[in-house]
Design a protein around this ligand. Structure first.
Ligand SMILES: [Zn+2]
Ligand SMILES: [Zn+2]
Length: 579
């Protein structure tokens, strides 16, 4: 393709001097190569100060961040002679022909010799470059012509994105190693000692002041960078009692004792291993690009998200008092529906309020052959289960998200004995506090009413207990979320930010937004499905494994970069100086 491009441009535009340069390695290596190439070419072509150089790249986040780079040197007399139009038209066609391409970037240099020198001196710092970003699906001819006219004007500072990508390219191999290590060594909720120790060590190495044992085993790393806002980034660290079946070379074979003392297989089936990797990656990158942001970042490694209690434990232990108080809290979760490199977001409610409800249905036991001498709690429990279905369908206002699920039903010992009692365990999900209370009251009323209808006396009516330890609904601050969506579009490309539906899943990151006074919080999702699997699923309808599935693990290579980029970009956006 590059050779074809060279040929075509050479035919179309006499006076252009072209270089080759196309690579699939990291950005840092590309920039090094390009610097050399610039010198060789400058020498060979007799390029002098005052000439214009255009460099374009296109990137593909979905496909593992492959970059194509090509530089074009334009002699001054050809600068405005339709050459740009020819180049852009060609590039646009090429980019659109490749369906995966997300963004096309174009650099116009007024003075390539000085740019080269600053490359050499500062490594990645492209202070002499003017950078334009085009969304290839939207860019029109007018903009292209406009860009051509802009060529040669005063330059703007190097964007943080270039630096972040360069640093990330350097960190990527060791972050991948870290991820594989964490994946192979999962720990259950409130048992995350090794994971916490590793996160603490990595944050310390990155330059943070680290405190361990916050709450029950939480880690806090503080990275200071002068006066400015404080941003809290949170990653959870626990795994699940699931036996891994991904077949990955770094799959977990770990077994551990759960809270009840049973031996269970353990797996990072919710991707909290990649969350920790993102946190460490962001600490490393932010520590290396301090001129791009200001203020303080508080990195939080939180235990026990799955078992609930990790977030409240850290908050109760003074997370918001003992450490710099955040102006914003941000967290990411991997997403088992979105393609790797895509960001999912939602303004307002994102995850549901969870209540756990236990119902003890009492009866009067007896022989299976003489039901007339008993009050059968099995039949009563069955009637309660069915009647509970009418809460959502008949009582709650249509459109209000509520779920009532009876997850377990246990009673009886033998086929010919009518038991004394049956136990039900429910999970109740909601967003709105009024709908939540209405649902819990309806569960109590229905259990009692069905028992009365079955003829049970007052002292044998069901016992309904709602657990004290629920998870509140997660509310993404709309202003903060909107601001971050706008910023991240600039980093990931307009089409790679996807609005998600609110989920009835729960997430105790919600607790970070419920302190007094309230701190605005936002959680987003980062796609973890490999582009190939995502495409196949869309074409064939083949279902993808969900979070908590023994077959789920995020595609690490594009996924790690995307998560670190999102965390870093968030800090840069929230701490930048007001314009
Ligand atoms: Zn989970
Ligand atoms: Zn999770």
């Amino acid at each position: 393709m590059i050779a074809d491009f060279n040929l075509r441009l050479a035919q179309e535009s006499e006076g252009l001097v072209l270089d080759e340069g196309c690579a699939r390695s990291g950005v840092a290596a590309l920039l090094r190569d390009r610097t050399k190439g610039v010198y060789y070419l400058a020498e060979a072509a007799g390029v002098v100060v005052g000439q214009t150089m255009i460099t374009y790249e296109w990137s593909d986040w979905r496909n593992g961040n492959i970059w194509w780079i090509q530089s074009v040197y334009v002699k001054p007399e050809f600068r405005r002679a339709g050459v740009f139009r020819a180049i852009f038209n060609y590039l646009q066609g090429q980019a659109q022909a490749q369906k995966e391409v997300c963004s096309l970037r174009l650099y116009v240099h007024a003075d390539n010799t000085r740019a080269c020198q600053s490359y050499e001196r500062l490594g990645m710092n492209r202070t002499r470059y003017e950078i334009f970003e085009l969304d290839v699906r939207k860019v029109g001819l007018a903009l292209l012509v406009c860009l051509a006219a802009l060529c040669g004007r005063a330059q703007t500072p190097a964007p943080a994105r270039e630096l972040v990508q360069a640093r990330l390219a350097q960190e990527a191999p060791s972050l991948l190693e870290l991820y594989k290590h964490l994946h192979a060594h999962p720990e259950l909720s409130f048992q995350e000692t090794q994971s916490a120790a590793r996160v603490a060590e990595e944050l310390r190495k990155a330059g943070c002041e680290v405190t361990t044992g916050v709450g029950k085993g939480g880690v806090v790393g503080v990275l200071r960078n002068g006066a400015g806002p404080t941003v809290l980034l949170r990653a959870d660290m626990d795994a699940l009692p699931v036996k891994e079946q991904t077949g990955l070379p770094y799959a977990s074979t770990v077994k551990a004792k759960d809270a009840q003392g049973n031996e269970v297989s353990v797996m990072h089936a919710c991707g909290h291993d990649i969350h920790m990797t993102w946190l460490v990656g962001a600490a490393r990158v932010l520590a290396q690009i301090k001129p791009q942001w200001r203020g303080t970042v508080v990195f939080v490694g939180q235990p026990a998200e799955e078992a609930v209690g990790g977030a409240t434990g850290m908050i109760a232990d003074g997370l918001f008092q003992r450490f710099p108080r955040p102006d914003y809290c941000f967290a990411l979760h991997d997403d088992a529906e979105l393609a790797a490199g895509t960001v999912g977001y939602r303004l307002g409610y994102f995850c549901a309020n969870i209540d756990s409800v236990d119902i003890l249905v009492r009866g009067v036991g007896g022989h299976g052959a003489y039901p007339h001498k008993t009050k059968d709690p099995v039949v009563l429990a069955a009637q309660i289960v069915l009647a509970l279905q009418t809460i959502v369908s008949r009582e709650v206002q249509p459109g209000e998200p509520v779920v009532v699920t009876v997850g377990t039903i246990h009673g009886g010992t033998r086929r010919n004995i009518i038991p004394d009692e049956v136990r039900l365990q429910l999970t109740v999900r909601s967003y709105n506090e009024a709908a939540r209370r209405q649902t819990l009251e309806a569960i109590r009323r229905i259990a009692r009413g069905e028992a009365l209808a079955a003829g049970l006396p007052e002292d044998r009516l069901p016992e309904v207990k709602a657990s004290e330890e629920g998870v509140p609904a997660l509310y993404n601050d709309p202003g903060l979320t909107e601001r971050l969506v706008g910023a991240l579009k600039g980093w990931f490309g307009e089409t790679n930010l996807v609005e998600k539906r609110a989920s009835m899943g729960g997430e105790d990151f919600a607790e970070f937004g419920r302190t007094d006074p309230k701190v605005p919080i936002c959680m987003m999702n980062i796609g973890g499905v490999s582009p190939e699997a995502h495409k196949e699923s869309q074409q064939t309808g083949k279902p993808l494994p969900s979070l908590h599935s023994p077959f789920w693990a995020p595609a690490p290579e594009p996924g790690i970069k995307a998560g670190v980029t999102a965390l870093t970009a968030t800090v840069i956006e929230l701490t930048r100086k007001p314009e």
